[in-house]
Design a protein around this ligand. Structure first.
Ligand code: 1CP
Length: 346
């Protein structure tokens, strides 16, 4: 059976514009909070396929989105490469011991890291069994650059001072780390596809930390290498790239090209601009500002504008321009999905 989401990624005709939301599984859903309570903490939830499966499917049941995204986190990769990982309540993820020396880099597990993520593949298999056939399951990874940033900084950062010092003083170290991550990610995505993922998205949440030449040298190049690898082996699997905050670099992105299917547009990039620069070459995903979901009026206005720009003839997947916020009303999220389906009915 065909899936509306996958059809849209390949510009095949669909009955309406598909929609899903980044971070659609999460704290704004009381049913998510109940399962997380049962799991004890976030990482336990990622490690328990049955519970992870349940929270993956929750937003489908409640919101009727057109795709599910695997419930996991980008940081399970460095964790399985040997870095201890904590999720601290009210703060977020933290690596207590960060990468500093050549010995730290040499100690990383590269060959078998993807093999160790069995709980992710088990979750995918379970979800694919339980999910309606016409709903796609999206697998994902962090980009090499975004993961490397966490591994060197140890946590989220406002200045990126430690990782950018590495770029300035020891670019070879960075490239060696990025190449290791690229190697693991290629295997990781392949294994997700083998387990049943219908599409894969690469999250480059920290793309905007880099000036233009550095972005292409330390991030985009590696994302294209991963996309190329996946497309060569699995041409039927859509690859979606989400470099956040790079609206100033779209000309160069267009000029470089690359073998991927969907360019994900963050909320700070006007959809008109993304469409003009990339819309003929790539399907665009995005990009409503997440806080519009605090009001139905603002949501409706946001949807109408984006549909005005992207039209209803294909080439577009509706999404937010970044993740759902924890205090949003699920009823407004349902209103968003219904409005998009209604206004784009062919
Ligand atoms: O329950 C909780 O309190 C944990 C909150 C939470 C959740 C629900 C975290 C911690 N991760 C997740 C799930 C998650 N993370 C998904 C699941 C699927 C879905 O979208 O519904 C995905 C795709 C991610 C990806 C992720 N994790 C990214 C990339 C996307 C983005 O938001 O930019 C990043 C940067 C992370 C790191 C991370 N994990 C969790 C938090 C709070 C953060 C961000 C911390 C920071 O800002 O540094």
């Amino acid at each position: 059976m065909s899936q509306i989401f996958v059809d849209a990624c390949f510009r095949r005709p669909t009955p309406h514009t598909p929609i899903w939301m980044m971070r659609q599984a999460g704290r704004y859903l009381p049913e998510y909070m109940a399962i997380r309570e049962k799991a004890g903490n976030f990482l336990n939830l990622c490690h328990a396929p049955e519970m992870a499966c349940e929270v993956t499917i929750q937003p489908i049941d409640r919101l009727n989105v057109d795709a599910a995204i695997l419930f996991s986190d980008i940081l399970v990769i460095p964790n399985e490469m040997g870095m201890e990982l904590e999720f601290i309540k009210g703060f977020g993820p933290k690596f207590p011991k960060t990468l500093k020396t050549q010995a730290d880099l040499d100690a990383l597990e590269v060959e078998h890291a993807a093999d160790k993520l069995t709980y992710v593949y088990d979750t995918i298999k379970l979800v694919r069994k339980e999910l309606a056939e016409d709903k796609a399951l999206i697998g994902f990874t962090g980009s090499p650059w975004t993961l490397a940033t966490y591994m060197i900084e140890g946590q989220g950062t406002k200045t990126y001072a430690i990782v950018k010092k590495k770029i300035a003083t020891d670019p070879e170290y960075m490239h060696s780390l990025l190449a290791k991550l690229t190697h693991v990610i290629k295997q990781y995505l392949e294994k997700q596809i083998f387990a049943g993922a219908n599409a894969v998205q690469i999250f480059d949440s920290w793309a905007s930390a880099l000036e233009e030449p550095a972005f292409f040298e330390f991030s985009w190049k590696y994302m294209l290498e991963i996309a190329e690898h996946i497309k060569a082996k699995y041409p039927h699997i859509p690859v979606l790239l989400f470099p956040k905050g790079v609206s100033g670099y779209l000309d160069k992105i267009a000029e470089m090209g690359g073998n991927f299917d969907v360019f994900c547009v963050d909320w700070s990039t006007p959809m008109e601009l993304a469409k003009a620069k990339l819309g003929d070459t790539y399907v665009l995903q995005g990009n409503m500002e997440p806080t519009r979901l605090y009001s139905k009026e603002a949501t409706k206005e946001g949807v109408e504008h984006i549909i005005d720009v992207m039209g209803t003839e294909g080439g577009h997947i509706f999404n937010l321009g970044h993740g759902m916020l924890p205090d949003l009303d699920p009823e407004n999220a349902k209103y968003l999905v219904d409005t998009v389906h209604e206004l784009t009915k062919r």
